[in-house]
Design a protein around this ligand. Structure first.
Ligand code: SAM
Length: 355
């Protein structure tokens, strides 16, 4: 269905439609994430700053940065309750303007499905997370039509109206989120369902909130005839019976995923250095399995090749390698690689390997 894209240029409408739901999920997600205090956080697709604000209240962070591609959302976040305690900027999740390994926790709330190149975004989230850091996200369960707009969308479908597809609907399932995180090379992946139940004062409150200008369903409803619109409203009312006092209450479901950004495996390959007079061994460290997607971001250098680390004064022997290790950080582990090589070399010197 062409012509019905989500844009998030109206932060006031976003707050009215989604603010209360987003605020209800964020603390449940953060408690499940159980992050350490004093962590450096990145909130990807921060919107009006709801996750950033909630984590400031609950997680005692050292620093919080929010990034979002919609300038009005960023402007709202910058003047909201997190102002002064978090910094917000406009930017694209697919080209994060941060150096490698610059955050302890990289989180994204209700965003990933909206990003067409979500694999690239995940690769970026992984890149900016430090080794051992957390990468986590949640999205509404659009596949089961259990987002806050679910009741309206279900009613529209029953009514026979066009129901614009939501981007990334299939990827909103827990299995799909797990697969996405796996593809990005993330490890120790866990998923969980978060359900939240909220109440609207009355049907008018619900209707006003759930028909924001940015939502494609609102555009479909606006294109209906007056009488069709009235019939649709009746249909929605039937599906959402009011409690005594007129209160409209229903639940929505988010699927959450969390993982660790462990380092990738490295191949350590000793190579004989014939240019020196003393027999020496150089060590080359190469990534074995590059991330599923290596983003070519204009704002950073391409991943650097591992340096050759000279290991002097080692006898040249037949190559007992390659072997694998998973260093927390390559330069920091280079001495360890040298130690391991020395150990193997000395074992070989004292005890020849039988073929
Ligand atoms: C449903 S809102 C979620 C906002 C907020 N995280 C929350 O929990 O309320 C989705 C947000 O993702 C942002 N977004 C979509 N694609 C993006 C991208 N490629 N990079 C950064 N932000 C993006 C939108 O501008 C929007 O603010």
């Amino acid at each position: 269905m062409a012509g019905y894209a989500f844009d998030f240029d109206d932060s006031t409408a976003y707050e009215r439609a989604m603010g209360r739901w987003s605020r209800a999920v964020a603390p449940v997600f953060l408690r499940w994430l159980a992050p350490p205090a004093n962590a450096r956080w990145l909130d990807v697709g921060c919107g009006t700053g709801i996750l950033a604000h909630t984590l400031l209240e609950l997680c005692s962070p050292a620093a919080v940065v929010g990034i979002d591609s919609a300038a009005p959302q960023v402007a709202q976040a910058s003047r909201g309750p997190a102002a002064g305690r978090a910094s917000f900027e406009v930017g694209d999740a697919c080209t994060l303007p941060f150096p490698d390994a610059s955050f302890d926790v990289v989180a994204s709330a209700l965003v990933i499905n909206f990003i067409p190149e979500r694999r690239r975004a995940l690769a970026e989230m992984r890149r900016v997370a430090r080794a051992g850091g957390a990468v986590a996200a949640y999205v509404w369960d659009f596949a089961e039509e259990l987002s806050p707009s679910g009741p309206l969308r279900r009613a529209m479908r029953r009514f026979g109206a066009q129901v614009p597809p939501i981007p990334g609907t299939a990827e909103s399932r827990p299995e799909a989120l797990r697969a996405l995180f796996q593809e990005a090379g993330l490890e120790r992946i866990e998923t969980r369902i978060i359900e939240v139940c909220l109440a609207y004062e009355d049907f008018e409150d619900f209707w006003k909130a759930q028909t924001p200008g940015y939502a494609p369903t609102t555009k479909v409803i606006a294109s209906m005839t007056e009488s069709d619109r009235a019939r649709l409203v009746r249909n929605v009312r039937d599906q959402l019976p009011a409690a005594p006092g007129g209160v409209i209450e229903y639940f929505a479901r988010a699927n959450a995923v969390k993982a660790r950004a462990l380092d990738q495996a490295f191949l350590i390959r000793p190579t004989t250095n014939s240019r020196t007079t003393a027999p020496t061994v150089d060590v080359t460290i190469e990534p074995i399995s590059p991330p599923a997607v290596i983003p070519s971001t204009p704002n950073r250098k391409p991943p650097t090749r591992a340096p050759t680390i000279p290991t002097t004064m080692l006898p040249t022997t037949p190559n007992p390698f390659p072997f694998m290790m998973s260093p927390a950080s390559q330069p920091a582990r280079a001495p360890m690689a040298r130690k391991m090589i020395r150990l193997v070399m000395s074992m070989m010197a004292s005890r020849p390997i039988s073929s």
